[in-house]
Design a protein around this ligand. Structure first.
Ligand code: 5GP
Ligand code: MG
Length: 484
């Protein structure tokens, strides 16, 4: 239900960028499994390979060879509902009068139609409904009239919404993060060059060091010779709107996002979950893999509390649910029946860890309720006396508009149900979610610096038919080029 593509950009001193781009895409695979691609530039022309499927499927050994050049960008795309979507595989590339442009986008614009209509009126022809093409055309147009930095600034003032981009203009690779910093993007340094990537885990994979996060509203231009980068703070917003769900679910636990190690945040949230709604239990179990870090924090806090009260034996932490790692993407299966079957395929309880016992399962989030409904039933069938469910996020009550694979309100189990009603629906003995305050606390930010749209129904952007939680600056009325 949320947009979570992955982007990368690399400039190296004198080695082809294709292979390190390929490895980075592997490191970002969790952010998108529908399609992937690499576009490089060799100083004269672009080379590109963009395919449907996982990185391992889309690239065969010979495919990297023709991708010449020490500069390039890459993308992994998150699947949309209803399956394959050939139209929107990225990076998107165009050539125009003043050169070539490649673009990889994570995020979602909220004023795509307005910008597309205006550009179409000026004679731009579009091949997709996508917002990425709109950004590419707007930028190409601005590049005809202005230098790189001004052109990017004009585009940033025109487009509204969520975007972390890696862009390649001829052989110059850049990173751009929207003024509210909704999606992550960081800068890394290699022995012989620089990297821009959605998550720092990609930089680690290349044996690089993290320099810092790209700042909200910042343009980072890599030197095409891999010797450094320049920074331009182009747009300032009063508040940020960092997606809290990156820290809950999307990002890898080993990534550092906006200065916070995801693993530690999840463990701390697990501790808060115990403090807010801990319940006596024989065994604590994560729902793999997304519930793991939460469950370890929860169990740790539970045992500390028991030690203090000098009560009996302590809580066991068990990996009592086995995950079949070859079943992926249950979430995007088109029908509810298939999704239920897929959960059964994916997860199997270890009977001896649950039989005759009180079990607490910990997951990161409940969306439609498929996973928790199925698991509670399975655990009861496996002989659990009681099954308690603890969730490391608040109830998801509204869709994500920074996204594409939109679970609509009707699909969200919490959209029109109280927590007690959800507990009855999933047949758990008890159910508790985490508070919004705990999340803001663990991230060390105020709620007004986070995008909490899916858990409050109030968005940091101006979205038709929805409430906003703040004063929204709206650049949509401005003619392009007004704000140089
Ligand atoms: P549910 O089964 O309630 O519909 O979904 C909850 C499960 O889906 C959780 O285990 C959570 O880790 C996972 N999940 C939450 N958000 C997303 C998402 O946007 N995409 C995918 N693929 N899984 C998600
Ligand atoms: Mg999960």
């Amino acid at each position: 239900m949320h947009e979570k593509c992955g982007v990368v950009g690399i400039s190296l001193r004198d080695r082809d960028a294709a292979r390190p781009l390929y490895y980075s895409l592997y490191a970002l695979q969790h952010r998108g499994q529908e399609s992937t691609g690499i576009v490089t530039h060799d100083g004269f022309q672009q080379h590109s390979h963009v395919e449907m499927g996982l990185v391992s499927e889309a690239f065969e050994e010979g495919d990297l060879e023709p991708l010449n050049g020490s500069n390039g960008i890459g993308h992994v795309r998150y699947p949309t509902s209803g399956g394959v979507n050939n139209c929107c595989a990225q990076p998107f590339s165009v050539s125009f009068k003043s050169g070539s442009l490649g673009l990889a986008h994570n995020g979602n614009l909220v004023n795509t139609k307005a910008v597309r209509d205006e550009l179409a009126g000026l004679g731009h022809a579009f091949t997709s409904e996508g917002d990425t093409e709109v950004i590419a055309h707007d930028l190409a147009r601005n590049l005809l009239e202005a230098d790189l930095v001004r052109a990017v600034k004009r585009t940033m003032n025109r487009i509204h919404g969520s975007y972390s981009l890696t862009v390649m203009h001829d052989e110059t690779v850049m990173g751009v993060r929207d003024p509210k910093g909704n999606r992550p993007l960081c800068i890394g340094e290699l022995e012989d060059g620089y990297v821009l990537a959605s998550e720092s885990a990609a930089v680690d994979t290349l044996d690089g060091g993290i320099v810092r996060d790209v700042r909200p509203g910042e343009l980072v231009v890599l030197d095409p010779n891999g010797t450094g980068f320049e920074s331009y703070q182009l747009v300032d917003a009063e508040t940020t709107a960092h997606c809290f769900f990156e820290h809950i679910y999307f990002a890898r636990p080993d990534s550092i996002i906006d200065g916070e190690l995801v693993y530690e945040v999840r463990r701390e949230l697990g501790r808060s979950l115990w403090e807010e709604s801990g319940i006596e239990t024989d065994v604590v179990m994560p729902v793999p893999d997304s519930g793991r870090s939460f469950a370890s924090g929860y169990a740790e806090a539970a045992n500390e509390a028991q030690r203090v009260s000098e009560s009996a034996s302590g809580v066991e932490f068990a990996e009592g649910l086995m995950k079949n790692r070859y079943v992926g993407r249950t979430f995007i299966m088109p029908t509810q029946d298939e999704r239920e079957r897929a959960v059964r395929l994916k997860l199997n309880p270890i009977r001896s860890t649950v039989e005759g016992r009180t079990v607490t399962i910990i997951d990161d989030s409940i969306v439609r309720g498929t996973t928790s409904t199925q698991l509670v039933e399975l655990l009861h069938e496996a002989g659990a006396e009681e099954v308690h469910v603890r969730i490391g996020a608040p109830p998801i009550v509204a869709p994500c508009y920074m996204g594409i694979d939109m679970a609509s309100r009707e699909e969200l189990i919490a959209a029109d149900r109280s927590v007690a009603e959800i507990r009855d629906e999933i047949k758990a003995d008890s159910l508790s979610y985490l508070s919004i305050e705990a999340i803001a606390g663990a991230l060390g930010r105020t709620e007004t610096d986070l995008c909490l749209g899916c858990v409050t129904g109030e968005y940091p952007y101006d979205i038709e038919g929805e409430r906003t939680d703040r004063e929204v600056t709206r650049p949509t009325g401005q003619p392009s080029g007004a704000d140089d």
